[in-house]
Design a protein around this ligand. Sequence first.
Ligand code: GLU
Length: 504
Amino acid sequence: MSQPVRVRFAPSPTGPLHIGGVRTALYNYLFAKQHKGAFILRIEDTDSQRFVPGAEEYIIEALTWLGLQFDEGTHIGGQYGPYRQSDRKDIYRQYVDILLEKGAAYIAFDTPQELDAKRESTPNFQYDASTRGDMRNSLTMSADEVQKLIDGGTQYVVRFRIEPNEDVIVNDMIRGEVKINSSVLDDKVLYKSQDNLPTYHLANIVDDHLMEITHVIRGEEWLPSAPLHVLLYRAFGWEDTMPSFAHLPLLLKPDGKGKLSKRDGDRLGFPVFPLEWKDPKTGEISSGYRESGYLPEAVVNFLALLGWNPGNDQEMLSMDELIRLFSLERVSKSGAKFDYEKGKWFNHQYIQQKPDSELAGLFAPILKEHGIEADKGYIEQVVGLVKERVSFVKELWDQASFFFVAPAAYDEKTVKKRWKEETPAQLGELIDVLKGIGDFSAHHQEEVVKGWIETKGYHLGNIMNAFRLALVGESKGPHMFDITAAIGKEETIRRLEAAIKNIK
Ligand code: GLU
């Protein structure tokens, strides 16, 4: 029997989660759920220089909003914890010692100044098999000397000893076999005595091993680190349980030229973060999908298709369908253009799918902001009439305000175009016609009003356009008689009278 699938999302809390990171989390989630496996949150915070307060909480809140629930993590615990790397310091030290004992790693005392000097004097300097013999490390110094320095409190790092001239193969589920020669790799720092912390590479491998991770699904920017990771697994003797790798394609700018950045979002007016983020240092606010009015299911659907497709042209996919259909084999190798307009399109589609009662619930607070407390049933009715015209809940106000308040002014252009000399008299007659209607349903009103227009030989368009102007204040809105039926007879007549009185 094969091992149960265990995947992790392993962000570093260095700021708000970028939308590309959200996609990485989503693919991990879909893969885990499809295989009835575990989806784990591990916080990789060993780089204290880059730690940003609030980032971890932000990541959890964002993924919770999108419906990506973890099975284990910093916020919920689990059998493989702790899940925050800064809480695992002691664990890493043991593994550093294992590598040192095996001779797969060594201690180096070179100071930053010494390294800088070396870089200046040696073109393309790299700390590796060709240079480590000239440096101040445990390979060039006696054991006594090394011990003396350590005992005396001299700071050191532990470096991975990479053997040159060997082809290292990474089997990537998306990219296939990726081969690189070990000579291009440098002896990476795995550990720093200064803060007693491992670097990303060591912590990442040790944790993937201890947490029994079966698949590492992450952004393409980590592909260059993968050969080093393969070598680390080998150095520990963990080849048999090495996870499978899948490096996801980049998210590209909308024009496809280069990596999507926050600046593209600022320039073109779309969020690149799931939630609004306030920079704790500068106070600068970056917009988020949630605050911009996106529905979580729309964001999930949109992101799922950035770099993956179900093999046909189906675009509307629920979370359950995504879980069923997702496959790493169908993830593309090339970058995915961030088509922001498509994101809006998805939001529009999901708004149409939402029951009117739910949309009414989302619209009610916006109405309240405008000082309107309306009956739930009425809001629902209005939402049903206008929702096809909006892509965001907040646009409902613009499309539907006249259902709640009479126009305070009339659009000048429309007045010029639609308000003719004969209009006031005709609308006066219309008022009488409406007064006589008992059943004020849209259907019945339409029959009566159109009958009257026909008998009188009036121009249908002229009457209806002026009628709309009087009720809405401009030339927009759903079917005319749906509006009058909704606002009711009295209000309809009141607005007609006001228009006749006020429009010159
Ligand atoms: N901490 C890394 C990041 O911030 C994790 C990369 C990985 O998944 O291995 O993306």
